[in-house]
Write a protein that binds this ligand. Structure first.
Ligand SMILES: [Zn+2]
Length: 89
């Protein structure tokens, strides 16, 4: 039985640190980073793939290239929203 996972989550996980580096003034607490990730994923179409357990991002890298531009846009939108109304206490 293969694991069904949302491949977009891997794409966002992979890209998020690079995008965040461009926003050094941004709060990087767990709440804000998680909100950014969740918001970005909500704005991206899910891409479910069946993968063996433990399959890593780089093994299916060809797939990612076409989604990275969309993911970057979604992350930047999410950063903007979280920056304007952070939920951290
Ligand atoms: Zn924060």
């Amino acid at each position: 039985m293969l694991r069904i996972k949302n491949y977009m989550e891997d794409v966002v996980d992979h890209i998020l640190p690079d995008v965040l580096k461009k926003y050094p003034e941004l709060c990087n607490c767990k709440q804000c980073i998680s909100d950014i990730k969740a918001l970005a994923l909500n704005n991206l179409p899910p891409k479910y793939v069946a993968t063996p357990m433990g399959e890593v991002y780089t093994k299916i890298n060809e797939l990612s290239i076409q989604f990275e531009a969309d993911a970057i846009r979604a992350i930047i939108d999410a950063i903007d929203k979280v920056n304007k109304s952070p939920r951290h206490s």
